[in-house]
Design a protein around this ligand. Structure first.
Ligand code: NAD
Length: 469
């Protein structure tokens, strides 16, 4: 029996490949549906997700995606897989999932690649990380074993506690860039990928303050790479530069400066590629960006917010080094001041003491425990306290963010959006913004959610709005 597919010239044996044909038909129908409303390019072909770092977060992400596409686990916490957005108003309103509004890449179309300082494949790395139980890894063991880290572009001065030897032998930063570009091209070709996205889930590097002379323009950054300026050009900048040059969106999941410099904004504009960062918003900062608006909305005062936590994974080990912790501290501290603004409410937020600590404590491994002590005040200045004790799992909270950030960055590229993707602030602790123009980042979780929904609506050809659902 043969099936003639509507609007196509394709025929197929119904008994043999009807399933495949119907899938093609479905995706063509879906693409037609999108094309009527939007001019976002369809998500055709394979999407290569190249993850820098093959540690706890990366392997939890990869394992979850592979398990989900076999129907063996649910991608809980992922907005692209679960959230529904209202489109239209009044009688016309309906709630649609992201994939019904915009053409998103499917989990089945994802191919993973990675780089790491350690040579262990993704299966070995997932076992080492001890985030997931063996029973949740073994069903996709074969696939994970095939994900073998490419040699890392690494400089020990940027993460002293790491001593792996799966490292590129590069004489200059420029050589690092060239090797990484070759890696990306080869990966794309060998895996038949239509597009790639590069996401950093490697260790936090030491703090690299923005230096106008080196980071101010693309020409200056390129000159510094060629001159092998190791002080101002972090290895992460080489990954980002290489990705953008290869036509891949880049996402910075750690608090590193990397793409948060004018030189990279210029490159992203030139290559018309989306960039986003910094620092996945997972545990304590998620709570902070969701809880601080309660205090602000209710016009209560704030004297101080003390956040501390213990964690014992390799991330915690790297962050135990003061220079690496400083990068994280800067990122974590930025959240409150843009939600509870001193200038807007000097009586309430004029003198906030905000402190953030991270303590390396091996027995807890990836199961972080965070404590927040919040000193607020109310009517006539009377003090009160709020305590939050969050026993979370770092990588379990981070994994869905990697899925959403990569799928949405790929979408943004196909929608022709480039430069800083502010709509992705929802997923990030220290959202990128143009600080050279005095722009403030949006840290309030609910405002970030509105930005996210409106970007999806706009890309899907619907009207953006600020109605509350
Ligand atoms: N889990 C969370 O909740 C969370 C939240 C925000 C940010 N992050 C950030 O995500 C990153 C990953 O966290 P993790 O728990 O998976 O850490 P991890 O230590 O388990 O994994 C990081 C991996 O990166 C590798 N690496 C370091 N430098 C590299 C380089 N230049 N090139 C290639 N590989 C390199 C390390 O060898 C390590 O295997 C960290 O920077 C962390 O701060 C995590």
């Amino acid at each position: 029996m043969y099936l003639k597919l509507k609007n196509t010239k394709r025929f197929c044996a119904f008994t043999f490949i009807d399933y495949i044909c119907l899938q093609i038909y479905d995706s063509e129908k879906l693409n037609e549906k999108f094309m009527e409303r939007t001019n976002v390019k369809p998500a055709e072909g394979k999407l290569g997700i190249m993850v820098v770092g093959c540690g706890a977060v990366a392997t939890t992400f990869m394992t979850g995606v592979l398990m989900a596409r076999k129907g063996l686990a649910k991608p809980v916490g992922s907005m692209t897989q679960y959230d529904k957005i209202r489109v239209g108003k009044g009688d016309n309103k309906k709630y649609l999932s992201y994939a019904d509004i915009v053409p998103l890449a499917k989990l089945d179309d994802i191919v993973f690649g990675t780089w790491d300082v350690y040579p262990q494949n993704a299966y070995q790395a997932a076992m080492y990380a001890e985030v997931l139980q063996e029973k949740d890894i073994n069903p996709v063991r074969d696939e994970l074993e095939k994900i073998v880290p490419l040699k890392a572009a690494f400089d020990k001065n940027y993460a002293k506690r790491l001593d792996g030897d799966n490292v590129k032998d590069c004489k200059t930063r420029w050589e690092m860039v060239e090797e990484l570009r070759r890696d990306m091209r080869r990966f794309k070709e060998e895996n038949g990928c239509a597009r790639i996205v590069v996401i950093w889930a490697a260790s936090t590097e030491i703090y690299v303050p923005v230096d106008e002379r080196v980071h101010g323009t693309l020409a200056a950054l390129e000159a510094a790479m060629k001159a092998d300026d190791r002080e101002h050009v972090a290895p992460s900048m080489c990954y980002a530069y290489a990705a953008l040059k290869e036509g891949a969106p880049f996402i910075m999941g750690a608090p590193n400066t990397t793409v948060d410099i004018p030189a990279m904004w210029e490159l992203a504009e030139q290559t018309r590629m989306p960039i986003s960062g910094k620092d996945f918003k997972t545990g304590q900062t998620l709570v902070k960006s969701g809880f601080a608006p309660i205090i602000g909305t209710r016009c209560l005062g704030l004297n101080g917010w003390f956040s501390t936590n213990i964690l014992g994974n390799r991330d915690g080990l790297v962050l135990d080094e003061p220079a690496n912790f400083h990068t994280k501290e800067v990122s974590k501290l930025s959240t409150l001041e843009t939600i509870l603004k001193k200038e807007d409410q000097p009586d309430l937020y004029g003198d906030i003491y905000h402190k953030v600590r991270i303590n390396y404590y091996p027995p807890r491994n990836d199961n972080k425990e965070g404590w927040d002590n919040i000193d607020i005040f109310g009517w006539m200045g009377y003090p009160m306290q709020i305590k939050i004790n969050f026993l979370c799992r770092d990588s379990i909270l981070a994994a869905p963010l990697l899925l959403d950030l990569t799928l949405l960055s790929d979408l943004a590229a196909r929608a022709g959006r480039y430069g800083i993707q502010r709509f992705l602030s929802f997923f990030l602790k220290s959202p990128m913004h143009d600080y050279t123009q005095g722009e403030e980042p949006v840290n309030n979780l609910y405002q970030q959610y509105t930005m996210l929904k409106n970007a999806i609506r706009e890309m899907g050809g619907y009207e953006p709005d600020e109605e509350i659902d």
